[in-house]
Ligand binder design. Sequence first.
Ligand code: GUN
Length: 283
Amino acid sequence: MSGKIIDGKEIAQTVRTQLREEVGKLSSNGIVPGLAVILVGDNQASKTYVSNKQKACAEIGIHSVLVECPATLSQQELLAKIDELNHDDTVHGILVQLPLPAHIQEKDVIEAISPEKDVDGFHPINIGRMMTGQDAFLPCTPYGVMVMLEHIGCEIAGKHVVVVGRSNIVGKPSGQLFLNKSATVTYCHSKTKDLAYHTKQADILVVAVGKRDTITAAHVKEGAVVIDVGMNRNEEGKLCGDVSFNEVREVASYITPVPKGVGPMTIAMLLKNTVKSAKKTIA
Ligand code: GUN
């Protein structure tokens, strides 16, 4: 079997086209969705991510504001900026790009963002809402994975989903979203014994560990759907995921590539959350 490639770039483009229409309708109601992005310091990777997010906003008509701050910014100053944005009616979404300099407590910053503007879905209120099945801003990468699977018509109820990785941003919430859709979920992580035993049970395998070639063909059941959330560089400096793509493709029924897999979906979901937040102002 040679698995079908799930084209995240194309699915993300479809989502963006729908969003552009929604933004057009909002604008005719006098509402321009606004996203404020706070970047602290000059981490090159963060700058690139932020610039991609802003370009995506511009493409669909979301007004984005970049708040650039020096790495020496104090936590108190950052919290004051967030407070200002929390009270700014032209701003529907606030995103503080992570990681932050070591002297700033990520937890305090995330908790300072109004849950109603937390388009990253990182605030404990949104995580709690998600866990209890309430309406919430869902974290963008796990949300993007679910939208991708929906797009290919992948049934989730009753499936065994194995999530490899337990980060707060991807692994943990991914498993929760699958549970909410009635999957049976197993989490694996760095302390898991016999990883292949568990991953071979998966109908849907989600891999988010940040280490290339973590999953080889020997880890995958014939016909499984494999979602690679990893973003790494190989020895030639090329982007690659956590899954050995060529060999796993021969076993899987569907597989996401890196790049052009989950990555573009993450940005599309950030836009979707921002539009959702803006819509709430007229609801
Ligand atoms: N840094 C890496 N990924 C993300 C993300 O999805 N959101 C934020 N705010 N920071 C990040």
